[in-house]
Design a protein around this ligand. Structure first.
Ligand SMILES: Nc1nc2c(ncn2[C@@H]2O[C@H](COP(=O)(O)OP(=O)(O)OP(=O)(O)O)[C@@H](O)[C@H]2O)c(=O)[nH]1
Length: 512
């Protein structure tokens, strides 16, 4: 037996949907976990690079600050001697050679006049209005990135890119505690660029990752050319101010996975507080997740397929017995319905049939009368109503016994059945009383038929133990009038019957 197709499809779909839901949930869990992991791993890797660069920058600046401090110590102890300035110049040159990023180192007097400098550059110049000189009169000074016009002309007369510098300056105070000058250095900012390039190598695995250095005034002092000098749009919250990583939206509308670090101070030394940011576009950082999603989609598709196939096969197994039961039930219901219909028909027949003669009973007669009156009216055809009553039937019973009487009644039933048409109604409406409804029959036709019945009855011979005998019947007939009730018609038929009895029995009387 075949399993119904829609049941299989339903089962198939339920399993497929279940598989789909399962793979969607699993994919979402896996990709969420992977996203977190990538954020954590890539973010901390970017953060590490930021931290290392911040540390290198800060350490570099700290070392320059120490260079200046040590040199200043040396210089303050050398206050005499004609070649004093020449010795200072040599010291500064040596210092410059020890660290090539020194673009210029100079010693000023207390009024800001350059006394000695590397390669004698700007000697005699007045730098009293320069921030590094002004600030360094009080305490050491670490300046942010800036250009320097005079130095630029000397050091880079044909350069395409303007030079940028950071300043380190310390006051020189005599042993008596008197301020006698400033030792200042301009550090070529290319130094930081080199550090940045060297760190960039650590980012090889992070495609499109960029390093940015932000000044204490929140301006981008190192990074991609299009971002230089711009204000850093990322507002690090107070909880982020130290080192860390996270996903952040940039002012270009893109999101970046970003590691960041702020250069740390050393003991009493306070550096320039540069902030290093290492950022990778989020869509590139999340590339592995996209790949994972594609893989998960393939696996999910396979899971859905497997589930669907299981569903299809299970449907065979589960639905076959169900279908069997269903069919059995259907057969059972059909058979029970047929039995019930038969029983109902039988009951209906019993309720409307006279058991002795097999003709319709009184109930059937009246039920049929309303239909026939209706049809007669509609078709405008006459309807004859006849009442037949056996004559002296009491005598038959009394003389030959009730059983013989019944046989007579049965014979009347057969006679009537055989005489009337299929469309007519013959019923036993009383003990020895019968009635007919004759469709499309006028009073003349009714009279002829009744007389035929009467004659046949008269001729029927009955056999009792004692003798042969005959029974006659009296018949009253009339027509149903469309404007009258059926009871009125019956009363008229009964009246005709009465007249037949009164006028000698074994006759037919018709009324109207
Ligand atoms: N055998 C038999 N007799 C029945 C049955 N039903 C009624 N009878 C009898 O029919 C008789 C009817 O008698 P009455 O009403 O006096 O009428 P009648 O003897 O036919 O006289 P008229 O009708 O005046 O000719 C009664 O004796 C009833 O017992 C039946 O089913 N079987």
């Amino acid at each position: 037996m075949l399993v119904p197709v829609n049941l299989k499809i339903r089962w198939f779909l339920i399993y497929a949907l279940f598989g789909l839901a399962l793979s969607v949930i699993l994919t979402s869990i896996v990709t969420q976990a992977a996203t977190k992991q990538i954020e954590e791993q890539v973010g901390s890797s970017l953060g590490d690079v930021a931290f290392q660069l911040a540390d290198k920058l800060e350490r570099g600046m700290f070392e320059r600050y120490r260079d200046m401090q040590v040199s200043a110590q040396l210089m303050r102890s050398v206050t005499t001697g004609e070649d004093r300035l020449e010795r200072f110049r040599r010291l500064l040159d040596t210092l410059q050679q020890s660290f090539p990023a020194y673009a210029w180192i100079g010693l000023t007097d207390a009024d800001g006049k350059v006394l000695a400098s590397t390669q004698g550059l700007l000697e005699g110049a007045d730098v009293s209005q320069r921030p590094w000189f002004i600030e360094a009169q009080e305490d050491y000074f670490i300046g942010d990135v800036h250009g320097a016009l005079l130095l630029e002309q000397k050091l880079n007369p044909n350069g395409d890119q303007p030079l940028r510098f950071v300043d380190v300056a310390v006051p020189i105070v005599s042993t008596e505690g008197e301020f006698i000058g400033v030792l200042g250095a301009h550090l070529n900012w290319d130094w930081a660029t080199e550090l940045q390039i060297s760190m960039q190598r650590s980012l090889q695995l992070h495609e499109a990752a960029e390093i940015l250095i932000v000044s204490s005034e929140n301006s981008i002092i190192l990074g991609p050319a299009n971002l230089l000098e711009q204000i850093n749009p990322i507002q690090l919250s107070s909880t982020m101010l130290s080192d860390g990583h996270g996903v952040m939206a940039w002012s270009d509308g893109n999101e970046y996975l970003m590691g960041y670090a702020v250069a740390k101070d050393y003991r009493d030394y306070r550096g320039p507080q540069w902030q290093v940011m290492v950022r990778q576009p989020l869509d590139i950082a999340y590339q592995p997740i996209r790949e994972l999603r594609i893989q998960a989609a393939w696996i999910g598709g396979a899971v859905v397929l497997v589930f669907a196939v299981i569903g299809w096969m299970t449907a065979e197994k589960i639905s076959r017995p169900l279908a069997n039961i269903n069919q059995q039930l259907e057969r059972e219901v059909q058979s029970r319905t047929a039995q019930l219909t038969q029983s109902n028909q039988r009951l209906e027949q019993l309720a409307t049939t006279d058991a002795l003669t097999g003709l319709g009973n009184r109930r059937a007669f009246f039920a049929a009368s309303s239909d026939m009156c209706e049809r007669s009216k509609r078709l405008d055809t006459p309807l004859a109503v006849v009442i037949l009553d056996l004559d002296h039937f009491k005598r038959v019973n009394d003389t030959y016994g009730h059983g013989v009487g019944d046989e007579v009644l049965e014979a009347v039933g057969e006679l009537l059945r055989a005489t009337v048409r299929q469309i007519d109604i013959a019923a036993r409406t009383g003990g020895e009383e019968f009635s007919l409804l004759l469709e499309n029959t006028d009073i003349k036709g009714a009279e002829q038929l009744c007389d035929r019945i009467r004659k046949r009855m008269e001729q029927l011979q009955f056999n009792s133990d004692k003798e042969l005998f005959t029974v006659t019947m009296s018949i009253g007939a009339t027509l149903w009038q469309p404007d009258e009730s059926f009871d009125t018609t019956l009363e008229r038929a009964d009246k005709a019957l009465y007249q037949a009895k009164e006028s000698g029995r074994n006759r037919v009387v018709t009324l109207g």
